[in-house]
Ligand binder design. Structure first.
Ligand code: PTJ
Length: 269
């Protein structure tokens, strides 16, 4: 008998062509009910799905290159920090904890929407996934970044505030720009290759966070064998601007092929 995933009254049959995608969608919905995900997180996820579609729901070679440079940069940084929002916490909690341990880099909860109860809900999810130390939750350690006006300006003194390299998956607006102005290196994961975050980051990984995390953990295991000099070489040789341009070209080529295929089906139906 075919196994099904039960989400309340809705069952996703395992043989559904979009089973994986629907499973993540339901995680986001359940996460919203538990306050982990902001209401706007549902819309952000849908936007992500749309961009994922136009890269063929696959990890492109350019994303792999960016991930390698990102891991190398995290490994050579003195105070790397992994910033966690609601969407990421619900989609990849265990993998966040694993990456945090392998680098090592602390997890800091940093939210755009600071609705009451969300910090606690996200803390619960991450603790259940094995996190032993979480930043961003102790009010007495919180300071503000003047360059930012959104809630994201509230950061942990021992985390993002002092950090030299910040990993920001699924980001909104202008934080990347502000962090860079403060002299920090920023690594972004964003399915939208032309978002402000993607354009402003030092290293932009254009891929779905659910595919990025396992790959980065694997790469970290490999790169940890290298010396600082070799890691620095990987970072120095990476050209983010060129990588984004190549990704955009790959998207155009993929869409052209999709168009041909759609025309062929339309003609023959
Ligand atoms: O939990 P909070 O309060 O910190 O809020 C988190 C959200 C995501 C709601 C907030 O940061 C937001 O509104 O973000 P935006 O402006 O919608 O931007 C999110 C970006 O992430 C968009 O460019 C999406 O395309 C992208 N994105 C969405 N899902 C994924 C993704 N990128 C990678 N992997 C995904 N699964």
């Amino acid at each position: 008998m075919m196994r099904e995933m039960n989400h309340g009254d809705d069952k996703i049959p395992k043989d559904h062509p979009r089973y994986q995608s629907l499973t993540f969608r339901h995680k986001i919905i359940e996460g919203m009910k538990e306050l982990v995900v902001a209401e706007a997180g549902l819309i952000a996820h849908g936007r992500g799905e749309c961009f994922d579609y136009i890269i063929g729901e696959q990890t492109l070679e350019t994303a792999k290159k960016a991930m390698k440079a990102a891991v190398a940069l995290l490994l050579i940084s003195k105070k790397p920090v992994i910033s966690v929002n609601g969407n990421v916490a619900i989609l990849v909690p265990d993998l966040l904890v694993s990456l945090s341990k392998v680098i090592p880099a602390p997890l800091e909860i940093n939210l755009f929407y600071r609705k009451e109860g969300r910090m606690e809900a996200i803390t619960k999810v991450l603790t259940k996934a094995g996190a032993t130390r979480l930043l961003g939750i102790d009010e007495s350690h919180m300071v503000e970044i003047e360059e930012l006006s959104s809630n994201r300006r509230i950061v942990d003194l021992h985390g993002i505030y002092q950090g030299d390299c910040i990993f920001v998956p699924l980001e909104d607006g202008d934080r990347t720009e502000a962090l860079r102005k403060l002299g920090k290196k920023v690594i972004a994961v964003d399915l939208n290759p032309i978002s402000r975050t993607a354009i402003w980051a030092d290293i932009t990984i254009i891929d779905n966070i659910v595919r990025v995390m396992p790959e980065m953990i694997k790469i970290a295991g490999e790169l940890k064998q290298l010396g600082k000099g070799e890691l620095k070489k990987i970072v120095d040789e990476f050209d983010n601007k060129k990588n984004i341009q190549e990704t955009l070209n790959m998207i155009i080529e993929y869409m052209k092929a999709q168009k041909e295929e759609a025309f062929r089906v339309l003609k023959n139906k």
